[in-house]
Design a protein around this ligand. Structure first.
Ligand code: SF4
Length: 331
């Protein structure tokens, strides 16, 4: 069914009515992107994808993806680049476990958090096979992976040889300058509230990615995303993130302030101050609101002159004034 849907004779163009207005700029990013999977078993607390696509991942066949790539390659605007081959989570290319196929996802357990379930099966060899299949299509020069990857699923569930082969191929062939990844925070308290893996796994993934990029003779890097003021995040946690960024000499341009959206555990935390996830027994959880949100945001952009008063205020509130020379020192 999934294959059949994508094999319908879509034109890959915007409606001709838009031509007189110069076309649809947003089409450029998706016009030559391949959707390989739907659904997500990641269960990040702030994400609603499992509410509207489900926790059961369905995926397309290699033959169907190749057929669609051939159709793209025949399009007059195609320049040889497939902009993405993925879905909500690029490396979830099948159901999380065999049990899920028969009984559905476990209602009282998450697949990857706090530790990966022992029933998990992994699909990286299959994903690599899909990528290689599309790379072999006549007229395709590059296949990029722009959908997010769950690096914990790769590092903790796949065998070491697969990890190395997968990252080596990715770094050498499927990244254009930067690979977007979403550690979302660095404090393990906040990561736990988010349903994300410990930051040490991000560091490990970064090290392997950089090593493989260097081996491929490429100057490219990871582009991490962070969320400020997520439920569970205290001023101390936000300071920990600021110090981590300072140590890595990395200042993120895009920082997302947490906003409650329908259908997520994090939204429930935001409104109730309780953690509703399986096994958490509605334990109270800190929810940054009001001025604290501004302070947390300022800590992430502590390099900006206009944020100095806010950073100093945050450090004072957290009794961490001794860090002022690091976060608001002279620049
Ligand atoms: S058995 Fe494990 S992998 Fe399968 S649905 Fe349940 S938690 Fe997820």
């Amino acid at each position: 069914m999934f294959d059949a849907l994508y094999e319908l004779p879509f034109t890959l163009d915007a409606h001709p009515d838009y031509e007189s207005e110069g076309g649809v700029p947003a089409l450029r990013e998706v016009q030559f992107s391949l959707t390989s999977n739907r659904g997500c078993f990641g269960s990040c607390s702030f994400c609603a994808i499992e509410s509207h696509q489900g926790r059961m991942v369905i995926s397309r066949s290699k033959a169907s993806l190749v057929k669609e790539a051939e159709r793209m390659a025949a399009h007059p605007a195609f320049k040889g680049y497939i902009h993405d081959l993925g879905g909500p989570t690029a490396n979830f290319q099948g159901p999380s476990c065999l049990r899920q196929e028969e009984h559905g996802p476990c209602p009282a357990k998450l697949c990857l958090h706090p530790t990966p379930c022992s029933e998990l099966i992994e699909h990286h060899d299959h994903y690599l096979d899909l990528i290689r299949g599309v790379e072999a299509v006549k007229g395709v020069k590059k296949v990029f992976v722009r959908s997010g990857l769950r690096y914990d699923y790769l590092l903790e569930v796949a065998p070491a040889s697969t990890v190395q082969t997968f990252i080596a191929h990715l770094a050498a062939n499927n990244v254009s300058g930067q690979l977007r990844v979403a550690p979302e925070h660095v404090s393990n308290n906040v990561l736990d509230a988010m349903g994300k893996p410990p930051i040490e796994l991000y560091d490990e993934f970064q090290a392997i990615f950089e090593e493989e990029s260097a081996r491929a003779g490429k100057k490219q890097y990871l582009l991490p995303y962070f969320i400020s003021a997520h439920p569970g995040c205290t001023l101390d946690d936000a300071i920990e993130l600021a110090l981590y960024l300072r140590r890595g000499h990395f200042i993120p341009d895009d920082v997302q302030d947490f906003y409650p959206t329908p259908g997520t555990s994090a939204t429930c935390m935001y409104y109730t101050g309780l953690d509703p996830r399986p096994g958490r027994k509605f334990a109270p959880i800190h929810v940054p609101k009001g001025r604290e949100r501004r302070l947390q945001r300022a800590l992430l952009h502590h390099h900006k002159r206009e944020n100095r008063p806010l950073v100093l205020e945050a450090l004072e509130k957290a009794n961490r004034k001794e860090l002022a020379h690091l976060l608001v020192g002279r620049r």
